[in-house]
Design a protein around this ligand. Structure first.
Ligand SMILES: [Fe+2]
Length: 263
C-alpha cells in the first residue's frame, strides 16, 4: 500500500484554533475538541512556511535561495528568554498586543519555540507553533501577536527586504493601505506570490499610496482576474487608461505586474 509523504514542515510547524480563556498566554490554548489548521489553510491566509536545517543556517543553500528569491537582504537574530531580556514578563505581554505591520514579518526559528497567533478570515485566532527549523512569513496587514510557549526560549533569525522597519501598528489600524490590500486578497482567496510580495513592497514605498489607496485596491482587484483568459486584455486596457489619464501609480503597478509576469 502506498504511503503518502508527510509534509516535512508539519514536524516543526503546527497550527490550531484557539480558545478564548484568560489563562497564561504561554499555554497551548486548544479548543475542546482540538481543531487543527492545515499548512494549506495558512498558505491561503498568506502565511508562508518552510522547514530548514537550523544546524547549518550559516551555509544553508536553501535559505540562501529563499533570501535571494524574496530579496531578504537584511538579517539579524533575536533571542527571547528571561535571562537575556530585561523586564521579561512585561516585554512578553507587549509582544502579545494584537498588531500589524506594513511589511512582512519574517522569522526563522533556529532554536527553541514560540507561538505566532494570526487572525483568520472570520477574525478568529489561529495559533501557529514554530519550533527549531521552522521559517514563517506573515504577510503585511495581517493582525497577529507573538508569545513564547512554556519553555520560555526562542532564538529567531529576523529577515527583511532592505532597511528593517519593526513598527507595530496596534489594532485597530484598518485605514493603512497594507490592511486594505490584505482584505482584498483574502476576500478573493489569493495566495501571495513572491513576485507579488516584492511588488507590494515597492508600491507601499510610493508616497501616493499613503494618500490614496483606492487605485491600488482596484489594481489588486484586477490582479484577481489573472486566472481568467481575458486578463491580458484587461491589463492592456488598464495600462492605456493609466497612461492617458496620468494615473502614475496605476501605470506603475501595471508595469511592475507585466515585468513580474515575464520574469
Ligand atoms: Fe509583529
Amino acid at each position: 500500500m502506498a504511503v503518502l509523504d508527510k509534509d516535512p514542515r508539519e514536524e516543526v510547524i503546527q497550527a490550531w484554533y484557539m480558545d478564548d480563556s484568560d489563562e497564561d498566554q504561554r499555554l497551548p490554548h486548544h479548543l475542546e475538541p482540538k481543531q487543527y489548521v492545515s499548512l494549506q489553510q495558512l498558505d491561503e491566509l498568506g502565511v508562508l512556511s518552510w522547514r530548514l536545517d537550523a544546524d547549518i543556517y550559516e551555509t544553508d543553500e536553501e535559505l540562501k535561495k529563499i533570501r535571494h528569491d524574496r530579496n531578504y537582504s537584511y538579517m539579524d537574530f533575536c533571542e527571547v528568554c528571561p535571562e537575556k531580556l530585561p523586564n521579561y514578563e512585561e516585554k512578553i505581554k507587549n509582544f502579545y498586543e494584537e498588531h500589524l505591520h506594513t511589511d512582512e514579518e519574517i522569522r526563522y526559528c533556529v532554536a527553541g519555540s514560540g507561538y505566532f497567533d494570526v487572525r483568520d478570515l472570520n477574525d478568529k485566532w489561529i495559533r501557529i507553533w514554530v519550533k527549531k527549523g521552522a521559517m514563517i512569513v506573515l504577510p503585511a496587514g495581517i493582525y497577529h501577536r507573538f508569545t513564547l510557549d512554556s519553555d520560555n526560549y526562542i532564538k529567531a533569525m529576523r529577515l527583511f527586504v532592505g532597511d528593517p522597519v519593526w513598527t507595530p501598528h496596534n489594532r485597530p489600524n484598518d485605514h493603512l493601505p497594507a490592511r486594505s490590500i490584505s482584505k482584498v486578497l483574502w476576500r478573493r482567496k489569493l495566495v501571495f506570490k513572491p513576485s507579488m510580495l516584492q511588488l507590494e513592497t515597492c508600491l507601499l514605498e510610493l508616497p501616493e499610496f499613503e494618500i490614496e489607496s483606492r487605485g491600488i485596491k482596484t489594481c489588486y482587484y484586477l490582479y484577481g482576474l489573472d486566472a481568467c483568459p481575458f486578463s491580458g486584455i484587461v491589463w492592456l486596457v488598464m495600462l492605456c487608461y493609466a497612461s492617458a489619464y496620468a494615473k502614475t501609480h496605476v501605470f506603475l503597478f501595471g508595469v511592475f505586474h507585466v515585468v513580474s509576469k515575464i520574469m
